[in-house]
Design a protein around this ligand. Structure first.
Ligand code: GDP
Length: 289
């Protein structure tokens, strides 16, 4: 099996992306950072804080339907302890989206008061969505847009081409998200993004990736995973992950001629089932104590 490679990201692309975000940031008062609730650390952008400077921020822990509920609560508490408002959302069902506007209102309240003190009556405040690829930015914007039908017209003074959705009284959201890059020079981050399908499979060895995922699953021992592959009779602490991949392949009857187990097929199936949430609600990263 080959070594895990770094995630591909073109430097040209990154520079352009950064410029676009910097331009959009000039138009907004706050930022909503979308993270994957299963991997809140690896789905972060390492330079976001530097880019947004002191603008208020809301964290959206998306895909919470696939994350462990206790773990998500711990993340929300962790962010609260850092003075950051975080909410759990699921753009598939729309769960949690009703908490978005109140959260935005909350982080913008200080700014609103300051503007009012300067004599502005009902100032319009704006927010933009940012996040790494595949974290659910478009899904989120589409959902919120559907709930808030009226798209706000282009206005003079606002950069042409920018569209805004009204999300609450005197709060608008930019319709185009800022695409950020992950910490792509970190192999562990790359691996975890690959588990969730956020980066393409072909740049990573499928079997190796599945074995690495099994390292997690062996230590976390999620009940749905054990039940799904009928692993009740297996001592997950005693077996190694490659052997376990063989066991799983065998249980699913994935054999090649000669009775050998097709571990490649087993790996693809395991990753597919993890990505679609069939192995249960699993969070791979917890806040540091
Ligand atoms: P973007 O690249 O950040 O705009 O991400 P997309 O909005 O295109 O979403 C990437 C994938 O994640 C799509 O297949 C979505 O259907 C899926 N997705 C987005 N949000 C959720 C969610 O809350 N739960 C689940 N299960 N899937 C989601």
């Amino acid at each position: 099996m080959s070594e895990m490679q770094n995630i591909q990201w073109f430097p040209g692309h990154m520079t352009k992306t950064k410029r676009q975000i910097q331009a959009s940031l000039k138009l907004v008062d706050a930022v909503a950072e979308i993270l994957d609730a299963r991997i809140p650390l690896s789905s972060k952008n390492p330079d976001l804080q530097k880019l947004i400077q002191n603008k208020p921020k809301v964290v959206l822990l998306n895909k919470c339907d696939m994350a462990n509920q206790t773990a998500t609560s711990r993340w929300i508490d962790y962010y609260a302890s850092q003075g950051i408002t975080a909410i759990a959302v699921d753009c598939k069902s729309g769960k949690g989206l009703n908490k978005f506007a109140p959260a935005v209102n909350n982080v913008l309240s200080e700014r609103r008061e300051r503007l009012k003190a300067k004599g502005m009556v009902n100032p319009m405040l704006r927010i933009m969505i940012v996040g790494i690829p595949n974290v659910g930015k478009s899904s989120f914007i589409n959902r919120v847009a559907k709930q808030n039908r009226a798209k706000v017209e282009d206005r003079p003074g606002v950069t042409r081409g920018n569209q805004w959705y009204s999300i609450a009284k005197n709060i608008e959201m930019l319709d185009t998200p800022g695409v950020l890059w992950p910490k792509f020079d970190d192999k562990i981050v790359g691996e975890r993004l690959a588990f969730t399908g956020a980066v393409k499979d072909q740049i990573l060895d499928t079997e190796l990736l599945a074995v690495r995922l099994l390292d997690f699953l062996r230590s976390l021992k999620p009940a749905d995973f054990i039940a799904r592959f009928k692993l009740e009779d297996i001592d997950l602490d005693a077996i190694d992950s490659y052997e376990l991949l063989n066991v799983i392949g065998k249980k699913r009857g994935m054999l090649i001629s000669g009775g050998e187990i097709n571990t490649e097929r087993a790996a693809i199936m395991l990753l597919d089932e993890f990505r679609s949430g069939k192995l249960g609600r699993i969070t791979l990263e917890m806040p540091e104590r």
